[in-house]
Design a protein around this ligand. Structure first.
Ligand SMILES: C[S@@+](CC[C@H](N)C(=O)[O-])C[C@H]1O[C@@H](n2cnc3c(N)ncnc32)[C@H](O)[C@@H]1O
Ligand SMILES: [Zn+2]
Length: 187
């Protein structure tokens, strides 16, 4: 069957429009790649932007995560965009229209992700000054923490992207390793 050729105008009309917010803009980040930065003062409690994307099953989320790991091992894009919405559904935020995908992780974040009626919002957890980079805790588990080094630069940075409640374990493991190395050198 012949496929009907889409006109330029029709293509433009079906292309999803990138999500926008009056609160922040995308630009180069010192933490990683690109990030989102406050374009004006953001009061605590503001819903800054929605983290949107494709809703997929957990099984599909795992399949895409494995593909991402393989891509990363081959030197390709190893960035993680899958957001775990609940026990059944993930959101793949890698779609180009999800502007919130540029928000980086920090161990001392100024935002947090909040799930409200099945939608994910990035919300300011303190007043944010114009020009500050937006960040939230990616909430990664302790398992495989060493695969995700953190470059947030915060004073309390654990060195790896892991959720706040288990950062002490990462620090503990790092200090044990340091002691082991010192003992080996002294022997
Ligand atoms: C959702 S993307 C964030 C946007 C990314 N900076 C970009 O330009 O596309 C998530 C990826 O960014 C990187 N990233 C985010 N926060 C980071 C941090 N604190 N330290 C190191 N890399 C980080 C990691 O590669 C992570 O998988
Ligand atoms: Zn950090």
């Amino acid at each position: 069957m012949m496929k009907k050729k889409q006109t330029k105008a029709a293509k433009k009309a079906t292309k999803p429009v990138p999500t926008r917010t009056p609160w922040a803009k995308v630009r180069g980040s010192k933490i990683h790649g690109r990030g989102m930065f406050a374009s004006k003062a953001i009061p605590k409690g503001t819903r800054v932007i929605e983290y949107s994307g494709e809703r997929i099953t957990k099984a599909e989320g795992w399949r895409r995560e494995l593909a991402r790991q393989e891509r990363g091992a081959r030197g390709g894009d190893g960035c993680i965009y899958i957001f775990e919405l609940n026990t059944k559904v993930d959101i793949d935020g890698s779609v180009l229209w999800n502007t919130a995908r540029y928000i980086n992780h920090s161990c001392d974040p100024n935002c947090e992700s909040q799930v409200v009626r099945g939608r994910v919002w990035i919300v300011a957890i303190r007043d944010i000054a114009p020009g500050e980079e937006l960040s939230y805790d990616y909430y990664y588990d302790y398992d495989h923490y060493h695969e995700h080094p953190c470059r947030c630069g915060a004073d309390n940075c654990a060195g790896y992207i892991v959720k706040a409640p288990v950062r002490w374990r990462v620090r503990h493991a790092a200090s044990r390793l340091k002691k082991k190395k010192t003992r080996r050198r002294a022997a």
